[in-house]
Design a protein around this ligand. Structure first.
Ligand code: NAD
Length: 493
């Protein structure tokens, strides 16, 4: 682990295995942190925040270190991607570009480091000058999931560090190694000791970290259930909390859409990353008049998806990331059939002998799904599309919004008036029109409802890592009446 600038083992020597889901074999071990390790990491981050070179680093210096890190990521993005593939079985062809592109986050937020402006405020009271300042919050606890370990860390790291905070991260126990390698790059980039620390281990380590009294802000990405626990933990002593949680996003295909394009976009929404993305378009809403045409094409393309070795450049779908996730997806295949949905394709393990012991399932489509079925309400986090028929625009919007989540939505239509009407009515943090699953460091990302709190990426995300301080300076008035702060300060008529 990385604690106070040192690479360390767990204080009791405990370790755990990281298992490659493609071979289903352990390929690396990581330290299992103790409570004492977590405490040391948090105190190191506190010390770095309060004193030492980071506490007085200028915004320009913070920006320079972020740019150093960006350059290192450009050089080693491919290697970091390969390690993530070993950990979670996602495609190298996706993780390669995704990881190298994280350099862009460093550059974007290095620019913002020097432009975290307060405001001067023209308060209508004579003889005072008013302004606001944005200050770092302090020590940030970051807790990340396994599906995009480095991207979801960077979404927190870049704004937090640009704003002058320090951080302790606890990556998922499924994907600990990539974050440890990322920590090497942070050290190489020149960040002072204690600014960034990594503790590895399971949920208990995350709980020790988020409960620690010296943590000022929790930035969590993961499931809605654990997110709820983390929010309650934060509430106990009013830690700032931002949460990126689950989703059950609607991808709505209107009859006036380019259907072939919509088929590709819907596939990107649900089968890319083996469906293991928070923003998966797992509810596919299709207008009645094109339901037959759409589902026929959707099934035909899905049956051509190449399932296999996540490192191979032609593979289109890799494995599920871990045994628990695999068992969960298999259980939903059964649930969908029992609920009376029509299994249009998939619904089984991939039994190609070439795939060995890997955690593979076939991409799966259920048709005739009703929005009250469990396969339409619960986040499966796997390659399972639930196709729901709708009659008209109002019904599409009603079904789309009938969910406790609100992370994202897709709209497929060539009618510009309809697009604007629908975008305005959907309750979701991100809406893609005639595309799906694009993200960028400059665009805020986050959820409505049980999909989370706060936003990552974009200028908005800096606000998640700063406190606002309001300053009142008297420039010539008097404290005329100690029991009436407004005395003598009434504005002239
Ligand atoms: P998870 O909630 O099981 O675990 C997330 C992290 O929390 C892990 O590091 C885990 O060890 C830690 N954790 C577990 N118990 C904890 C506790 N009591 N206190 C503190 N930390 C604890 O989620 P997962 O299975 O790793 O990831 C999948 C979930 O993440 C899905 O629900 C998905 O939608 C969500 N996700 C959301 C986004 C987003 O941006 N909204 C992005 C990716 C994933």
């Amino acid at each position: 682990m990385l604690i106070d600038g040192e690479n360390v083992a767990s204080s009791n020597g405990a370790t755990f295995d990281s298992v490659n889901p493609y071979t289903n074999q352990p390929w690396a071990t990581a330290p299992e942190a103790t409570e004492e390790d977590v405490n040391r990491a948090v105190l190191a981050a506190r010390a770095a925040f309060e004193s030492g070179p980071w506490s007085t680093a200028t915004p320009a210096h913070r920006a320079k270190l972020l740019r150093n890190l960006g350059a290192l990521i450009e050089e080693s993005g491919e290697e970091l991607a390969r390690v993530q593939v070993l950990e979670n079985g996602k495609l190298l062809r996706e993780l390669g570009p995704q990881t190298t592109a994280l350099a862009g986050h460093c550059y974007f937020f290095s620019g913002l480091a020097e432009t975290i402006f307060g405001q001067t405020v023209p308060v209508s009271i004579p003889n005072t000058v008013n302004f606001t300042m944005r200050e770092p919050i302090g020590v940030v606890a970051a807790v990340t999931p396994w599906n995009s370990p480095l991207a979801l860390l960077m979404w927190k790291f870049a704004p937090a560090i640009a704003a002058g905070n320090t951080m302790v991260v606890k990556p998922s126990e499924i994907t600990p190694i990539s974050t440890l390698l990322f920590a090497d790059l942070v050290q190489k980039a020149g960040f002072p000791k204690g600014v960034f620390n990594v503790v590895t281990g399971g949920g208990q380590v995350g709980a020790w970290l988020t409960e620690h009294p010296e943590i000022n802000k929790i930035a969590f990405t993961g499931s809605t259930n654990i997110g709820r626990q983390v929010a309650l933990t934060g509430a106990k002593n009013f830690k700032r909390v931002s949460l990126e949680l689950g989703g059950k996003s609607p991808n709505i295909v209107f009859a006036d859409a380019d259907i072939d394009n919509a088929v590709n976009g819907v596939i990107a929404g649900i089968f890319a990353a083996t469906g293991q993305t928070c923003l998966a378009g797992s509810r596919v809403l299709v207008e009645e008049s094109v339901y037959e045409e759409f589902t026929k094409k959707f099934v035909a393309r899905t049956e051509k998806i190449i399932v296999g070795d996540p490192n191979h450049p032609e593979t289109e779908m890799g494995t599920l990331a871990c045994r628990a996730q695999y068992d969960k997806v298999l259980s939903y295949f059964k649930i969908g059939v029992e609920e009376g949905a029509t299994l249009l394709t998939g619904g089984v393990k991939a039994n190609d002998p070439k795939l060995g012991g890997g955690l593979f399932v076939l991409p799966t489509i259920f048709g005739d799904v009703k929005n009250d079925m469990r396969i339409a309400r619960e986040e499966i986090f796997g390659p399972v599309a639930s196709v729901i028929k709708f009659k008209d625009e109002d019904e599409a919007i009603r079904i789309a919004n009938d969910t406790k989540f609100g992370l994202a939505a897709g709209v497929w239509s060539n009618d510009v008036k309809r697009v604007h009407r629908v975008v305005g009515k959907l309750r979701a943090g991100t809406i893609w029109v005639n595309n799906y699953r694009r993200t960028n460091y400059a665009m805020p990302f986050g959820g409505y409802g049980e999909s989370g709190l706060g936003r990552e990426n974009g200028v908005e995300s800096i606000h998640e890592y700063t406190e606002v301080k309001s300053v009142w300076i008297d420039i010539g008035g008097k404290v005329a009446d100690p029991f009436n702060p407004r005395a003598g300060q009434t504005p002239a008529k």
